[in-house]
Design a protein around this ligand. Structure first.
Ligand code: GLC
Length: 444
């Protein structure tokens, strides 16, 4: 498959997933891509950010529309839901009721997703050069980050907390087993897991119980944080947050507002420092923190590699992450890197049977994760490794199509078909071009 053919296939996919119309709920126009027509027929926050990035290759107007549609779902206080339903459906999946405060039409969830929005806006702006679009959308995008700082940092340490695993985008990631109290279940023994493999049913049930809990508390954030049931300072979430703040800073600079540029630069640096100081384990790996007392969830997942996307990670730290973790075959260096969980973890499960049996994000390789890490590796002077990951990601897509995730050993595709964000591979084809917006590495 040539690059051009791959791009054409991605374009066809996004065009097929495009949904346009006027919402019967509030009369607002919408124009966005569903992640997958059958499995995920609504708008998701971070999926839309990724779709916007890929649309820049085919149709800049649509890239902007994807972000505009997301912003139309913004609540008055600045929050943007993790999932939005724009068209009328008689029956919503039960999860919609659990994730919403509404009784009749639970069309907007109360959860959020990784704040990649400002970075997506920066990419769309860079490629479109459309100053009017930036002026139109930047204040709303900024309000979302202000909301996160105001409402999601109960201990004021700069790191924002998620209140539900789905907010990380990595729904059943094994580090949450520790927080949910299902670590033993997930390692597969007590309930006679099939074939001695990890067993995610317990985790999925615990997630549903948490859904009920949050719904019962009516998504009252101060109360949720006071009761401290699921309060996670997630490494990947916070690295993406820091990256978003840095994008905001650069965008305000472009808009000629040096005060705001400074403000968000300071905030980005503060979050970076907090990740590097608080989430780092004695082994140089980075871990999610949970509960008010900031306990370490001692499971190595791909989130722990996300400090590689930070602008100011010290060179020695980045090098250690790359040498001891990314490139270690007993950790993350598999034939099709990067698995979502380190190979040595008891919960690591590279194959997939069903969401209930295997859960999601417990081993397979996902394209959006590689997109982030590849950009981080490039930024810090690991271009060769970035190129290898990008090449193998391309192989996955060429062999298995644009699927939701892939077996990191065999490349076998799994999950949703015609899956939107797997088209990010298009943005990884020419990795070195137009990158390195952050600090240039000394090694470059
Ligand atoms: C799954 C993923 C989540 C994604 C959603 C739609 O729930 O875990 O990250 O946003 O699907 O693709």
């Amino acid at each position: 498959m040539t690059d051009e053919e791959l791009r054409e296939a991605a374009h066809r996919l996004l065009s097929g997933n495009l949904r346009q119309g006027v919402s019967p709920f509030d009369g607002q126009p919408y124009s966005f891509c569903v992640p997958s027509s059958i499995t995920y027929p609504y708008q998701w926050f971070w999926d839309s950010c990724f779709h916007a990035v890929v649309w820049t290759y085919f149709d800049l107007a649509q890239a902007k529309e994807e972000l505009r549609t997301l912003l139309r779902a913004q609540a008055r206080d600045g929050r943007i839901p993790h999932r939005v339903c724009w068209d009328k459906r008689a029956i919503y999946p039960y999860r919609f009721y659990l994730h919403s405060r509404a009784l009749l039409h639970p069309v907007r969830s109360q959860l959020v997703q990784p704040p990649v929005l400002a970075t997506a806006l920066e990419i769309v702006h860079e490629r479109s050069g459309d100053g009017a679009f930036l002026a139109e959308t930047l204040p709303a995008v900024e309000r979302f980050y202000r909301w996160l700082a105001r409402r999601r940092d109960p201990d004021g340490d700069g790191l924002v907390s998620i209140i539900h695993p789905y907010e990380s985008g990595l729904d059943h990631k094994p580090s949450y087993d520790v927080v949910l109290g299902t670590a033993k279940l997930a390692s597969g023994r007590p309930f006679g897991a099939a074939h001695g493999r990890p067993w995610a049913t317990g985790t999925v049930l615990a997630v549903r119980t948490l859904d009920l809990w949050n719904r019962m508390l009516n998504y009252n954030l101060p109360l949720i944080f006071r009761l401290d049931r699921f309060n996670v300072e997630d490494v990947a979430y916070n690295c993406i947050y820091a990256q978003g703040l840095a994008s905001l800073s650069r965008l305000w600079k472009k808009q000629g507002d040096p005060a705001k540029a400074r403000l968000y630069d300071d905030r980005a640096k503060r979050v970076e420092r907090a990740v590097l100081e608080r989430c780092r384990g004695p082994d140089g790996f980075y871990y999610d923190l949970y509960s008010r007392s900031e306990k370490i969830a001692p499971v190595k997942t791909v989130s722990g590699l996300f400090p590689l996307i930070l602008d100011d990670i010290p060179a020695a730290e980045a090098e250690r992450l790359v040498k001891e973790y990314v490139l270690d075959e007993r950790q993350f260096w598999l034939p099709y890197p990067l698995p979502t969980c380190a190979v040595g973890e008891p919960a690591f499960d590279p194959s997939f049977r069903s969401p209930l049996e295997s859960g999601l994000w417990r081993g397979p390789t996902w394209v959006c994760i590689n997109w982030f890490i590849v950009r981080g590796l490039q930024k810090h002077g690991f271009g060769d490794i970035a190129a290898t990951i990008a090449r193998r990601t391309r192989e996955l897509v060429e062999k298995g199509g644009f699927r939701e995730f892939y077996n990191p050993y065999t490349g076998r595709p799994h999950g949703a078909r015609a899956f939107g964000w797997s088209t990010l591979v298009v943005d990884m084809l020419e990795p070195a071009k137009g990158r390195g917006r952050g600090r240039k590495s000394k090694r470059e």
